[in-house]
Design a protein. Sequence first.
Length: 331
Amino acid sequence: MVESTTTIYDVARVAGVSMATVSRVVNGNANVKEKTRQKVLDAIAELDYRPNAIARGLASKRTTTVGVILPTITSPYFAAIARGIDDVASMYNYNVVLANSDNDEEKEAKVIESFLSKQVDGIVFMGSSLSESVRNQLVGARTPVVLAGTIDGDKELASVNIDYHLAALESTAKLLEHNKKVGYILGSLRDAENVERMVGYQEALEDAKVDFDESLVFEGNYSYENGRNLAQQLLDEKISAAVVSVDDVAVGLLNALQEKGIKVPEQFEIIAGSNSPLTQYSYPALTSVNQPLYDLGAVSMRLLTKLMLKEEVTDSQLILAHELIQRHSTK
């Protein structure tokens, strides 16, 4: 029988015990005689009974389910973070439900509402941005929330990130060693992590005594096509190097430049932002900031377990170490 037609009553009838006894066996209660336990387990196997986790959660007020929201399930960046989340969730016997938001504010709100209505025990939110309305929705929820690779500017929500300011400063400083005009390509400056990147970029320029030029900063979406489309604009501005916060965009830029006959790194240097597998698949392989993506997910999930279990949390704004990995897109 399938779950929809097999109930705890059926198991109790076949095993010749009460429904309370079946419940104790299913929930691992030690206060059941071994002979009785075996009868219940045999009945469960015969009927192919699978307890309804949501129904059990309504009774216990715990569903052992965690909702994970990510902008796109096909991105190597978010997939690597999700893998870290899933591995730690398994260690703590939590089930993970993934939801793709398409980085759409309205869809994010609907997914969050769906998770909350299903009474998930916690939520891990990944987004290329965190809108004010979605942030307010998460802050207002009684359910624990952790942001992975996303910053809450007001620091009300727990989060796990790298130091975007320092990563941007280091990347820009390296490109300034051989270039006078260094561009910066990132997402919306409404997002806290991109604001931190801009501060790092400007600080590196100041250290090198190079004037800040707003025309060298390019806001846009996180697509490969956006990188391709930006290539000519960068060349028109006489830019000879760029820090690119998203790897998909960096690869698009790299390919478009080479199609135009621009040699990388001899004529144009590129540093990517997260060291996803794309940076090694490209030719030449891209120098990149190495974000510990798996660890971002794993640490986020561990932090969430502490919040869900009401354990002591001394710091809810965690910063993981990063490094700059030299490959062949820089001199």
